[in-house]
Design a protein around this ligand. Structure first.
Ligand code: GAF
Length: 387
């Protein structure tokens, strides 16, 4: 995020609201390396921040009014009264920033209003956490301006509550924590049970590799039913097994657990994915920490198979990226994020990137799919104040 972008967002704020903003903040989107649909099962995840960010120019108000504007959506300034904010009444983009203000006030923080102008470079609906970036940038700005003293993980919890209760999407805590807490050059090993974290150095370029993000351009949304159904299925599995969350089913106790689930095939598949996925995260961490970076490739690919066959949230476009990339020599590939569209990641030798990219583009054209958007992802900084 350049100083120029911060200056441009501040300039637009001045045009809209007729005064200088008190500050400008940025919060990134994320890509998840491994650990999918584990976060609402108290499990492990390993995202890193993208250079793509939501940027907010913000000033406080004392009169109980919230004014919102986005450079990315048609229309003018939206004006709301804080006392009128009600969960699940707003179906527009404004639900994300309003939800954060609502959650802060619900938690007892004395936020008395704000003027906000937002501009985001995080692709929407691409499985790269554009919503979490919007939430976290607003939470961080208000935390600073109102001197609320909340740490990154606490802001993440507030943003998750905004999304769960105010927006009405039953998401986990990964995306908000990634946006708030990631560090440049690192992937974040996060235990979603207590939000304890470890920053794992992740510099593929130094080892002659690259990580590609392939946005299939197939749009998805978490407030639609399938995400919630998977979550409910996991909770049913935990209840049947008598544990608080599927995180409590040990990997070496998986066969016995599956047996106990009897012939509930759907729940068995969900449980198998979550328990093996937690184990894959731990395996990837161990491999990265022992310098065996190339060996994470097959683990990523196993994660895709599990999401496709057991969790059943892939789609033909995501499978085509993975199959084509692997056939083109990729070290590993998998869908990333919530699924049903969005993006895949491809781990490859630097020398193979061009061939793999071309092969994926050609395969999409041959299948009659919309052309994918491919870019290299390098771990960037988490949420921060720009000016
Ligand atoms: C989405 C959700 F927002 C996350 O909480 C997580 O569950 C993810 O899907 C799947 O791992 O991004």
């Amino acid at each position: 995020m350049s100083v120029d972008t911060a200056a441009a967002v501040a300039e637009r704020f001045r045009e809209l609201y007729g005064a200088e903003p008190e500050g400008v903040w940025a919060a990134p989107g994320r890509v998840n390396l491994i650990g999918e649909h584990t976060d609402y099962n108290d499990g492990f995840v390993m995202p890193f921040a993208l250079p793509h960010t939501a940027v907010a120019a913000v000033s406080r108000r004392a009169d109980g009014v919230l004014r919102l504007h986005s450079a990315d959506v048609e229309g003018g300034v939206v004006e709301l009264r804080l006392d009128d904010l009600r969960p699940e009444t707003d179906r527009n983009w404004t639900a994300y920033p309003s939800g954060v203000v609502w959650a802060l006030r619900q938690a007892g923080h004395a936020v008395t209003g704000a003027d906000i102008h937002l501009a985001s470079t995080v692709p929407a609906g691409a499985g790269l956490s554009s919503s979490a970036a919007l939430e976290v940038v607003v939470a961080l700005a208000l935390n600073d301006l109102y001197d609320l003293g909340q740490k990154g993980w606490q802001l993440a919890r507030l943003c998750q509550r905004a999304e769960n209760v105010y927006v009405g999407a039953p998401v986990g805590i990964m995306d908000q924590t990634a946006s708030a807490c990631c560090e440049a050059g690192h992937a974040l090993f996060l235990d979603t049970r207590d939000l304890s974290q470890r920053q794992i150095p992740f510099d593929l370029a130094a080892e002659g590799m690259r990580l590609l993000v392939v946005d299939t351009q197939v749009k998805h949304s978490h407030s639609e039913g399938e995400y919630g159904k998977r979550r409910a299925g996991c909770e049913k599995g935990a209840a049947l097994l008598g544990v608080d969350a599927l995180r409590d089913v040990a990997y070496d106790g998986l066969d016995a657990a599956l047996e106990r689930l009897g012939d509930d095939e759907e729940v068995r598949r969900l449980v198998r994915h979550v328990v093996t996925e937690d184990q894959r995260v731990e395996r990837v961490v161990a491999l990265l920490e022992s310098g065996e970076t190339r060996a994470i490739g097959p683990v990523l690919t196993q994660g895709h198979a599990s999401l496709r066959d057991d969790f059943r949230i892939s789609c033909p476009e995501l499978d085509l990226v993975v199959d084509t990339a692997l056939a083109g020599g990729a070290l590993g590939a998998r869908m990333t994020g919530g699924g049903f569209g969005g993006s895949a990641i491809v781990l490859a030798e630097a020398a193979d990137v061009e061939t793999i990219t071309k092969a994926v583009e050609e395969a999409f054209a041959a299948a009659g799919f919309t052309a994918p958007r491919v870019f290299e992802a390098v771990p960037a900084a988490g949420a921060r104040r720009l000016s």
